[in-house]
Design a protein around this ligand. Structure first.
Ligand code: SF4
Ligand code: SF4
Length: 682
């Protein structure tokens, strides 16, 4: 707990006392953490939440004493009763990786691609002298079993690139557990994973906590994830601990306006409350800081807030909030922004895009390879997908990694040619197909997932935005005015024009990418996971911007996403894909209530919700998506389907059949039976 009387009955495993960290820079000190006091008991999980740049990862690296040389620490970090700040490097090395272990966001950065998985685990055991070479191999299999990897012996022989992202993260967790650590630090371990994989990793973390008794520091920007795994929660903002308390109390009665902001940034899965961004930006942490750091963004601020730095106030038995007005905050009901998408598209207008029996197979073997019998089967990325996208319609495509949604988006935008089938694009309000390449490129644009890789880092924003205009033949004078208009449309100020992408935050970069896509006034925008690299508050502001632009420009969106709760608020219709096939399509309301396709049901039940009392996934989806080179016969979902009927599912592919209204789904289970299923998270 932070501040107030100690209630932890046993000595804490980790204790931070007034920990401050700043970095020396040429422009003066940059404050990353200020006066953070908290502790974690054995067997307890502390969830640490906050936006990007709030200091969460700095705190983790400070505990590991793994900060760059420019870092200056004050206060104390105590582990198992001893201060780590005075420890010699050799003593720290013995603690790190053994008694304190860390799991990072990207499992690839922790795994050696040229070494078998089993050998990587035995190496950790040998480095820390935890097992003899003969016992290490057996212990490696036990650890893989502990993290619930099926067939540990097979996985031990594999290389990391042969495993899915979820399996790789399990291997990294197994390596972290090799030393039987007293403290496990997990830094965004599920960010970037599919919602189904995330649900299983969160179940694993909860299970490991019960079985191992280690203290866990779980870091995430997403309070829905924090609610799922934590006993207590700490909220960091601009390097300061703003609120802390038991998970149930803090979620039931958040007492700091910033905690409320993080909760309101999450869309609810019932479709009644849309994501609501926290206005403004975190403060620059250079120089002196007076008053409450959150004041410039706080809807509860009053004059005193700008002068007085609040102390952590006692809100409940162990709940504390750094706010002068916490009593008013808890007495004020949470705000609801309502659904973001309220306008249905005109049903009578001709579609702007029709996707007709589109198939994409990669790696098709040549005639010679087939003749020599050396042909490998092709990758079935997309198989026989058909749908139409109306004028001004927002259609979402969802599914796990490898389901084909990104390939389909690229086919629609003309970046990838289909193997068979075709995509027709029409100008809004006409039935004539666009055949001219230049007009097609102007009317159909894409926003990619990672603005870092899609924006040229050497160019200024003005040049990046002017380029598509130049290619479209807009004269120089007109270009300058249009670039300013675009910047204003995505709510960035003109000062950004002279900056380069690396000088912008993740959200600002994505706004530039959106502005660039809008440069040619497109009528169809393909949005390829535009939110998945952003934290929840930034996601909420980008979603709000996208929907505002859509309402003003009446463009159609093909919104590719893996987050179904956001999709519910923005999409008119949702298509669910599995292993290259469209398995369900309907309006957002049709897809979010029975009858569900069994795969959609599993996806919906895996969505984390910001409610610590909510049960874990009711329909656990085991196993991984089969290889797209050899998709299963019959229903492609039959190898993982919890409702599989039997041979009919293994042998006969179910057709897409009407489930009423615009709703279609592909399953052999009779519709009446699917209709009788209880709703997911009623
Ligand atoms: S102290 Fe004032 S500005 Fe700071 S969070 Fe509380 S109400 Fe808002
Ligand atoms: S067809 Fe069979 S395997 Fe496929 S989703 Fe339906 S019940 Fe499951």
């Amino acid at each position: 707990m932070a501040g107030g009387a100690r209630v932890t009955p046993v000595a804490p495993t980790l204790e931070l006392r007034n920990l401050s960290v700043h970095f020396e820079t040429a422009a003066g000190p940059v404050h990353a953490l200020r006066d953070v006091t908290l502790e974690i008991a054995p067997g307890e999980t502390l969830g640490l939440a906050g936006e990007s740049g709030s200091g969460k990862s700095t705190l983790a690296y400070a505990v590991l004493r793994d900060l760059p040389p420019s870092a200056r620490l004050a206060g104390d970090v105590r582990f198992d009763g001893e201060s780590l700040l005075g420890k010699a490097p050799e003593a720290l090395r013995r603690i790190r990786g053994r008694r304190i272990a860390m799991v990072y966001q990207d499992p690839k950065s922790s795994l050696n691609p040229s070494m078998r998985v089993g050998r990587q685990i035995t190496e950790v055991l040998e480095i820390h002298a935890l097992a003899s070479p003969s016992a290490a191999a057996r212990r490696a299999l036990e650890l893989l079993d502990l993290v619930r990897i099926p067939d540990p012996a097979d996985v031990a022989r594999a290389y990391s690139h042969q495993l899915s992202g979820g399996m790789q993260q399990r291997v990294v967790i197994a390596m972290a557990l090799a030393g039987d650590p007293q403290l496990l630090i997990m830094d965004e371990p599920t960010t970037g994973l599919d919602v189904t994989t995330q649900a299983r990793i969160l179940d694993l973390v909860a299970d490991l906590k019960r079985r191992l008794g280690a203290a866990i520091l779980y870091i995430s920007h997403d309070l829905a994830v924090i609610a799922r795994v934590s006993d207590r929660v700490g909220i960091l903002y601009a390097g300061e601990l703003m609120e802390t308390g038991p998970v149930a109390e803090l979620f039931r009665r958040p007492a700091h306006p910033y905690t409320r902001g993080l909760l309101e940034a999450l869309p609810d899965i019932h479709g009644t409350r849309g994501p609501r961004p926290i206005g403004g930006r975190p403060p620059e942490r250079a120089g002196a800081m007076a008053g409450c750091l959150f004041a410039p963004r706080c809807g509860f601020a009053e004059a005193a807030c700008a002068q007085t730095r609040p102390e952590l106030a006692i809100v409940g038995r162990t709940q504390r909030a750094r706010c002068l007005r916490w009593e008013t905050v808890v007495a004020t009901p949470m705000t609801a922004s309502g659904r973001l998408r309220v306008r249905a598209p005109a049903a009578t207008a001709p579609p702007v895009a029709t996707v007709e029996h589109v198939t994409k197979h990669y790696d098709e073997p040549g005639a010679l390879a087939r003749w020599l019998g050396l042909a490998r089967p092709p990758v079935h990325a997309v198989d026989d997908v058909t749908f139409a996208l109306g004028a001004g319609e927002v259609m979402a495509l969802v599914g796990e990694s490898g389901c084909g949604k990104t390939t389909l988006g690229r086919i629609v935008v003309g970046l990838v040619p289909p193997t068979s089938g075709r995509v027709r694009i029409r100008r809004r309000g006409t039935s004539a197909e666009v055949v001219d390449d230049a007009e097609f490129r102007r009317l159909v644009r894409i926003v990619f997932q990672h603005p870092d890789s899609s924006l040229n880092p050497t160019k200024r924003i003005a040049t990046i935005l002017a380029r598509p205009l130049k290619l479209a033949g807009v004269p120089r004078r007109g270009r300058r005015a249009r670039v300013r208009e675009l910047l204003e449309a995505v709510r960035l100020d003109p000062g950004h024009l002279r900056r380069r992408p690396r000088e912008l935050s993740g959200g600002e970069k994505q706004r530039v990418a959106i502005a660039r896509a809008l440069a040619t006034a497109p009528e169809l925008l393909v949005l390829d996971e535009p939110l998945s690299a952003l934290d929840v508050s930034t996601q909420a502001s980008v979603v709000e911007l996208l929907m505002d632009l859509q309402a003003r420009l009446s463009a159609s969106y093909l919104f590719i996403a893996h987050d179904l709760s956001v999709v519910r608020h923005v999409a008119d219709r949702i298509g669910v894909m599995y292993l290259g096939k469209l398995v369900e399509l309907g309006t957002a309301d049709e897809v979010f209530r029975p009858p569900y396709h069994p795969y959609t049901r599993a996806l919906l039940s895996a969505i984390p919700v910001p409610d610590p009392s909510a049960p874990s996934a009711a329909v656990p989806l085991e196993g991984t998506v089969p290889s797209a080179r050899r998709p299963p016969a019959g229903c492609r979902f039959h190898t993982r389907c919890p409702s599989k009927l039997g041979r009919i599912c293994e042998e006969i592919e179910p057709p897409l059949l009407s489930a009423g209204g615009t709703h279609v789904l592909a399953c052999h289970i009779p519709l009446e039976e699917l209709r009788r299923q209880p709703p997911v998270r009623p």
